[in-house]
Design a protein around this ligand. Sequence first.
Ligand code: GLY
Ligand code: MN
Ligand code: MN
Length: 463
Amino acid sequence: MFPAETYIRRREELAQKVGSGIILFLGNDLSPINYDANTYPFRQDSSFLYYSGIREPANFLVMDLDEGETTLYGYEQSMDDIVWEGERAPLKVQAEMAGIPSVQDIEFGAGFLLSESMNDRTIHVLPAYQEKHLHFLSAFFSCDIKDLGAVYSHRLIEAVVAQRSKKEPQEIEEIKKAIDISDKMHREAIAFSKDGRKEQEIVAQMQRICGEYGVGMAYGSIFTQRGEILHNNLHNGVLADGSLVLNDSGAESPFHYASDITRTFPVNGSFSDKQKDIYSIVLEAQNAVIDSIRPGIAYIDLHLKASEIIASGLAEIGIIKGDPKEAVKEGAHALFFPHGLGHMLGLDVHDMEGLGEDFVGYAEGQERSEQFGLNHLRLARELEEGFVLTVEPGIYFIPKLIDGWKSTGAWNDFINFELLEEYRDFGGIRLEDNVLVTADGAENLSESIPKLPEEIEALIGTA
Ligand code: GLY
Ligand code: MN
Ligand code: MN
């Protein structure tokens, strides 16, 4: 974890922003259902980590803003716990490392929180997702689990999002550590890929690299020749001459910061002309966006910029007809680029989106578009110095979607469906890098990972 001063400062800033009431952070438990089952991988809640750094399970962090007191509620291990889990640092030591002055037993904490003295206090709590937390909050707020949405504190969510969005230098260093591991994973994946190898064998190589660094993947790898399936988590194919592999994989750092990187490459070691043409359009869109990133620019405008480059490139090939700007205005490009340009990155891969995507990606009063494609933008708001985000344009040929659009007859002015038939089996290409917004521009933190066609071609199948 970071030094105690980091967590003290973060909590002080949070207290200032929220003002009054009680803030309750629910730390994750070993299992979402039972206290003593370890049948699920344990991952501490990201906001709990952000304000305490404590990775041990089953703790509550309570900040009583009216009394100016912060308490860590947890449990000391029983002999049984020690027998099964090994000995952990006593609660008091965990608290000291996070600069928290007082500790209490969690049963006492639950009793205290559920007591009548809480009735007239404002309790600020973030959206919960572990089942036992949902039950606890349902008892606490005397409401059905399905109605909990109404009790989550917007004031707390907004304060947390404002803080966690702007990365401190030590957080950026963590993200860089994650990216360094991802760099090795992606090089290994490209080098190890060749005709006849199973997709899962390559995924296993990437998992091995994470294992060697003692970290996990930040999300389930997308490693597939069916790259047109945006989040394809199956790795059940065998690499075949002529196809493209889309590898969207990223490691976590030792302190649980994410990286999120995508590269796409041809199995047989060289891009066909057709593949290179589409690849070049995606690369041009991505470079143009990274060159334009700076504080004050709205990410939706960069999404539209990438969309126009994609539409122009496809128009040159003849797949899009008419004026590319007009095509983007009408939403025709979304047949090939149906997702958003990127999202925030931090302790979560889609950073903070568990608190509500609109709180993270949209400014107050900024409406989400209803147009297909644009409606999936996770991040649309103006960028600020210190944000770390992904830039991940792509071009996909999704047969069912193409057939659906064709059958309406509504897109014939913009789409050359006859030529598109030649791309039915193409798959998809996405390029994704992780970018820091600086005072006057941007730094591509994952620049070192090979991306130029000739760099990639030189590496394929060399392992
Ligand atoms: N890896 C998931 C994403 O790129 O959003
Ligand atoms: Mn991403
Ligand atoms: Mn990704």
